[in-house]
Structures are given as structure tokens and as C-alpha cells.
Design a protein around this ligand. Structure first.
Ligand code: V47
Ligand code: SF4
Length: 392
């Protein structure tokens, strides 16, 4: 197994310790040489990486790609989430969070004024982004949310609103009897700046049918993002992995994203989301190992050559694995969060009250041997933290 991490040889792109290794199978050597020459790898080669690539080998290649794109930087932001409701009309088997409308004890529904109060509670704080995502509530419609977005923008115009998965938007547009184009224009004009990556799950239709049969299709998810990009909005893309899918489903998922990114260039970052099995209808499916998580980050980094960023979402994966992932292609750890999301704690993640100060994020990144950079949603630098400067 090779050493991985940000060694000097990898930073200078010198991977002769791989290419001169006589024990490396020819297929892997060919892929390594392609990556070193900055050539795109094929779907089949992606599969070979998953099936035959040792963790150290994958880490070294992923690190090369990561450092070519982002040097030694690791990004984070100051953000908070608002989850307007956990009531959901859909029934994804992996979801530990949603409740039916009739479940009054465990369901929550925030009113417009409660949502605005949450935004106002950050007045005077240097947050740059609010992430608004929740269940798909039958009564919280497009007009309800458009009105809330306008109020947030009126109160704090500089706060970037990243909100609503393609699943939520698709449902809202259909209910409002608007085409996807008209719906997207409407909500964008109301104040929605960009889209989070949720709802993608796994695009393969057969697997999707088993784990989340009743929400928007893969084609519809991709179409919503394509339309957002055509309006100049950016978005993220996720992949739910480590459940009943296999490696070819993962590569197929990333291939569909890579093709769309070639066309639009509108994706900011790719976020692998590890299936967590706490308290849901797939609790019998064991969770994958940390080694598998790191391997997955690395293959994603190598395969998605047209994505600038790969994010480890620390509330889902835990801060220790997030720190390790920076040696396997990851250059973004998401943000401060401020204990404002329940999706992963309800699914059994280690981080039961996810919250990190900027000082803690800076330290986490520095301890992993990287340079912390605070970004905004679109990766403009807000603050960097040279060695001598403590976190603000
Ligand atoms: O679509 C739900 C996932 C997603 C589970 O864009 C689960 O910056 C694992 O997309 N195990 C919503 N995953 C969250 C999301 C997200 C999170 C952070 C940042 C961004 C971004 C997007 O959460 C859902 C689904 O894929 N999810 N339940 C579970 N048990
Ligand atoms: Fe609803 Fe989203 Fe949970 Fe699916 S993952 S049941 S769409 S809240």
C-alpha cells in the first residue's frame, strides 16, 4: 500500500513511485498514466478503480487531481440550515427523518414567521449562506416559499439562499401547474440563488425504484438542474451510496453527472452521501466501512474531472472521517451548521448536534495538513487563514 496524503512528490505530480511499481497490474498502470496526463478515464476504467484499486493507490491519484484543482486548500463556509418541515408525501425507504401528515407528535411545520425569525437570529453574525431543505409538505407550496424567500431577501439581501432539492421543486412546480422552466424562473426571481444537491440518490432506475419509488425520476432530477443552470444558477450534486447499489450503479450515476457538467458547467461540487441505517426501513442494510468511504471519495475525485470540488459533508460522515477524506480527493468540508439540521442525527450519525465554530473548522483542516479557506457558496474567498492568523 502506498503512502497517501499531501506529500511533496504528489504535490509536484511526481507519481513515479506508482508508475515504476512492477507489481501494479497493467490496467491500473494505464489508468494512472491517463490521470497523470490529465486525460479523462472511461466508465470501464472507473469500474476497474473501484474493483481493483487499493486505497493507497486511489488516494495518491485522487490527491494529484485534488491538488491540481485546488492546491493545498480546503474550503468551508459559515452556514446554517432551516428545515421547514419533516412532513413528507413521499416514502423513501432510507429516510429516518420524514413523518406522515397525520403524525402530529413527531412532525414539525414552521410558519413563515418562524422561518424568518430563524434568519433574523443570525443578524450581526458573519454567516453567508442559508440552506433550506425539508420534507415535501402537501400544503407548503411554491407561493408559500416564494413569499418567504422574498422576505428573507428583503431582510438580508447578501445572504445566499441555497434551497430546495429537485424533488421538492419538481413537486411544487407540478402542484402549481407550471412547467419546470416557468417554475424555476418564478422561484429564482423570488430570491432562490442556488440548488443543493439532495434528492439525486442513485440514478439507476431499478435501484431508485426500490429505495425511493414515488419521488421525481432521475431524468426529472437532472432536468431541474439543467434548467437552473440555463438560468445562470449553480447547484450541487449528491450520490447516496453504500446501500443496495453496486459499483456500476455508482459509476453510471457519476457518468450522468459528468455528461451534464460537460454541457452546462453549472455544478459547484459533488457530495457523496453515505447511507446511514438508523431507524429507517432499510435498517437491516449494514453501513459500509470508513475504508469504503475513502475509496468512494477518491474514485469520485478521479472520475469527475470536470467538477472543481468534492465535498465531505461532516455532519453525515463525522468530523474524523471528514478530516481523513482530505487525503482522498476532498477539498471542501461544508460549514459551521450550528446544530440546525436533523436529517443525519435522526439516521444515527455520530454527530448528534452538528455544530463547529470557524476556529474548530480551521483547526480540523490544519491538523489534516491543509490550508483552511472560508468561501461563500460560489467558492469566492471570504477569508483565508495563514498559519500566523487564528480563526476569527
Ligand atoms: O436527498 C436522507 C440524504 C439528502 C439519509 O448541496 C440520507 O450542499 C444517508 O442533499 N442516510 C438531503 N443519506 C441532504 C443533502 C445535502 C446535505 C448537505 C449539503 C448539501 C449541499 C446537500 O440526504 C437526501 C438523501 O440523499 N439522506 N436520509 C440516510 N438515512
Ligand atoms: Fe421525503 Fe426527502 Fe425523506 Fe424522501 S428523503 S421521504 S423526499 S424527506
Amino acid at each position: 500500500m502506498y503512502l497517501c496524503g499531501n506529500s511533496r512528490s504528489m504535490r509536484t505530480g511526481d507519481l513515479t513511485f506508482i508508475t515504476e511499481d512492477k507489481s501494479l497490474p497493467d490496467e491500473l498502470l494505464e489508468i494512472a498514466n491517463k490521470v497523470i496526463r490529465s486525460e479523462r478515464i472511461s466508465v470501464n476504467e472507473g469500474l476497474v478503480l473501484y474493483r481493483q484499486g487499493e486505497l493507497g493507490f486511489l488516494g495518491a491519484l485522487a490527491n494529484l487531481v485534488r491538488e491540481r484543482k485546488n492546491g493545498n486548500k480546503t474550503f468551508f463556509n459559515r452556514n446554517f440550515h432551516i428545515e421547514p418541515t419533516n412532513i413528507c408525501v413521499f416514502s423513501c425507504n432510507f429516510c429516518s427523518y420524514s413523518r406522515l401528515l397525520k403524525n402530529k407528535e413527531e412532525g414539525w411545520e414552521l410558519s413563515a414567521s418562524e422561518i424568518l425569525e430563524k434568519v433574523k437570529s443570525y443578524d450581526g453574525q458573519a454567516v453567508t449562506e442559508v440552506h433550506i431543505v425539508g420534507g415535501v409538505h402537501p400544503k407548503m407550496d411554491l407561493y408559500y416559499f416564494a413569499d418567504i424567500l422574498k422576505q428573507i431577501k428583503a431582510h438580508r439581501p447578501d445572504l445566499h439562499i441555497k434551497g430546495f432539492t429537485a424533488v421538492e421543486l419538481h413537486y411544487m412546480f407540478r402542484k402549481a401547474k407550471l412547467s419546470m422552466e416557468d417554475g424555476m424562473k418564478f422561484i429564482h426571481e423570488a430570491g432562490l440563488d442556488s440548488l443543493p444537491g439532495g434528492g439525486a440518490e442513485i440514478f439507476d432506475e431499478e435501484i431508485r425504484n426500490v429505495i425511493c419509488h414515488d419521488k421525481c425520476s432521475s431524468g426529472e432530477w437532472l432536468e431541474i438542474h439543467r434548467i437552473a443552470h440555463s438560468l445562470g444558477m449553480h447547484s450541487n450534486a449528491t450520490m447516496l451510496y453504500g446501500h443496495i447499489e453496486n459499483y456500476s450503479h455508482r459509476i453510471d450515476h457519476m457518468d450522468r453527472l459528468r455528461k451534464m457538467q460537460d454541457d452546462t458547467g453549472g455544478f459547484n461540487t459533488f457530495i457523496p452521501l453515505k447511507f446511514r441505517n438508523g431507524d429507517n426501513d432499510m435498517s437491516h442494510v449494514p453501513e459500509v466501512s470508513v475504508v469504503e468511504d475513502l475509496k468512494n471519495y477518491a474514485v469520485a475525485r478521479i472520475f469527475l474531472d470536470n467538477f472543481n470540488h468534492v465535498k465531505a459533508y461532516w455532519p453525515m460522515i463525522g468530523r474524523s472521517t471528514a478530516q481523513l477524506s482530505m487525503a482522498f480527493g476532498v477539498d471542501d468540508l461544508d460549514g459551521t451548521i450550528d446544530d440546525t439540521t436533523k436529517i443525519y442525527s435522526m439516521a444515527g450519525a455520530e454527530e448528534q448536534n452538528p455544530s463547529l465554530t470557524t476556529a474548530q473548522l480551521v483547526e480540523l483542516i490544519r491538523q489534516g495538513g491543509r490550508e483552511p479557506v472560508e468561501r461563500d457558496t460560489l467558492y469566492n474567498v471570504v477569508n483565508d487563514y495563514p498559519e500566523s492568523i487564528a480563526a476569527l
